[in-house]
Design a binder for this molecule. Structure first.
Ligand code: NAD
Length: 494
């Protein structure tokens, strides 16, 4: 089978699940609409799959897991290399699909797909990463060795904002480590996940049933969390769902990594390079319309009042120049938000902040376009302490300005938040950057880098309420999460 001959769900666009190597209609009677946020065009209907659908996928995965585990780590790594090749060959097509389904600009979507492919590249090191430890002669004639074995069946439940990259944070590592896989993509933009699974199915080295996909929302997630045939759950989404998923998965005896929401601060020191700072803040706050878990949604302006105001003016001027429009338009800087409900929620947040005393220094509210999802860059100043626009993730192109007299005060402000995904400092001072790196409570830190996204060989390492669980996605953490350690103590007669 080649990537182009795999049977795929066609124009009825009621999506099918991928179970045991075949596109399989869901038993669901309910479905949701999946629309292009730029145009409002209906792209597909997403079945709200049932527990029976999930059971079929998990049963297929369990059957495949047994053979796959016995396949050598070298062959498994080669299969992931083949996946990397097929994804690379379809890179542009996947990027366009991401842009149409999620809304982000084509350049951003291309970068996302590239990051997903990077996880495949990192996972091809699995034969090396799986190697264990040993200690000879712990007693007379007694040796100890630690080996790693796959956990079995991994379920991945993923969010809308990176519909290609986040499934690929999990799939390559899980299968390279010897596990079978079930993906439950976001119901808001499931098409890139569907296409990735379809492309993976064209890799002959993966046995039938190894990689499965179940569409849907809460019922499908609950069924995965409760299913005794699922051994590990990788989740990415909002903090509230992450906590819920973690608790329910643990209650049914599974290991879980649940990466949650964020409220990331960008500290702007008075000595920051003005262009580096403005470019970094624009990309972080307004790229992907602020819908990244690494988006900087607070700018902490440090210095005297005059220095703070100068930084504010530079940020506002740069933001006012950004163009808001469809993701497929090459002139667009700020793409639509994911759906009209998100748009309405964000407009309400801006209205509420203004009613509570904030000054809207740049107002992105205007014509929401044919899809009802366009919202321009919006900047709030004078926001009262403790306000939702400071404390909570709004997940849109809304930047809140706060002020600090010096770096210590800035670090205290940043650390007061409940999240700890990322934090960024703009400065020309090595000393300030070092003090920030030392003191800030965030797992991903940028120095003059607006979006501090680690390459795949490092963990995606949020802290505090940005994660439930200990092990992160990517890097060695992925190997830890997708394997169980077994320690064997052996005695041989001398
Ligand atoms: P979400 O929590 O609404 O949905 C994520 C997944 O959980 C989806 O597959 C959805 O079907 C499922 N889900 C949602 N509510 C559920 C419920 N009550 N019961 C069972 N399943 C449920 O998140 P989203 O809006 O798709 O994604 C955006 C969020 O993800 C933001 O908060 C963002 O910060 C976060 N995020 C975090 C990271 C990270 O690495 N920490 C990365 C990307 C996105």
């Amino acid at each position: 089978m080649t990537a182009d001959t795999v049977p795929r769900p066609t124009d009825t666009r009621m999506l099918a699940n991928f179970v045991g190597g075949a596109w399989t209609p869901s038993a669901a009677t309910d479905s949701l609409e999946d629309r292009d946020p730029a145009t409002g065009e209906l792209l597909a209907r997403v079945p709200l799959s049932t527990a029976a659908d999930v059971d079929g996928a998990v049963t297929a995965a369990r059957a495949a897991a047994a053979t796959w585990r016995a396949t050598s780590p070298l062959q498994r790594a080669r299969a992931v290399m083949a996946l990397r090749e097929v994804l690379n060959a379809h890179h542009d097509e996947l990027a366009e699909l991401v842009s149409r389904d999620m809304g982000k600009t084509l350049a951003d979507a291309a970068a996302e797909v590239g990051r997903g492919i990077e996880s495949c590249e990192a996972a091809t090191a699995m034969p090396h990463l799986l190697k264990g430890e040993n200690l000879e002669g712990v007693a007379t004639g007694v040796d100890v060795e630690m080996i790693r074995q796959p956990v079995g069946v991994v379920a991945a439940i993923t969010p809308f904002n990176f519909p290609a990259m986040i499934p690929l944070w999990f799939l390559p590592y899980a299968v390279a480590a010897g596990n079978a896989f079930v993906l439950k993509p976001s119901e808001q933009d499931p098409l890139p996940g569907e296409r990735i699974v379809e492309l993976a199915a064209s890799v002959d080295a993966f046995p039938t049933g190894l990689i499965n996909l179940v569409h849907g929302a809460h019922d499908a997630v609950n069924a995965l969390l409760d299913h005794p045939g699922v051994d590990a759950v990788s989740f990415v989404g909002s903090a509230r769902t992450a906590r819920y998923v973690a608790e329910r998965a643990i209650a049914s005896g599974k290991r879980v990594q649940a990466l949650g929401g964020a409220k990331n601060s960008m500290v702007v020191m008075p000595d920051a390079d003005p262009e580096l700072m403005a470019g970094g803040v624009m990309g972080s706050a307004f790229g992907a319309a602020g819908q990244r878990c690494l988006a900087g949604s607070i700018a902490v302006l440090v210095g005297t009042r005059a220095e703070q105001d100068a930084a504010r003016d530079r940020i506002v001027e740069a933001a006012a120049r950004l163009r808001t429009g469809p993701g497929l338009d090459p002139d667009t800087d700020v793409c639509p938000v994911v759906d009209p409900a998100a748009h309405a929620r964000l407009v309400a947040d801006i209205e509420q902040a203004a009613a509570d005393g904030a000054t809207v220094v740049l107002d992105g509210r205007g014509d929401p376009g044919p899809g009802g999802c366009l919202l321009g860059p919006t900047i709030l100043d004078d926001v009262p302490a403790g306000h939702r626009a400071i404390e909570e993730e709004l997940f849109g192109p809304v930047l809140t300005l706060v002020r600090a007299a010096d770096l210590d005060e800035a670090i205290d402000l940043v650390n007061a938040g409940r999240y700890g995904n990322a934090s960024v400092i703009f400065t020309e001072s090595g000393g300030a950057a070092r003090a920030y790196r030392y003191g800030v409570q965030a797992g991903m830190v940028g120095v003059n880098v607006g979006v501090a996204a680690p390459v795949a060989w490092f963990p995606f390492s949020g802290w505090k309420d940005s994660i439930d669980g200990d092990l992160h996605a990517n890097g060695r953490d992925a190997v830890e999460f997708y394997t169980r350690k077994k320690v064997v103590t052996t005695r041989w007669a001398a």
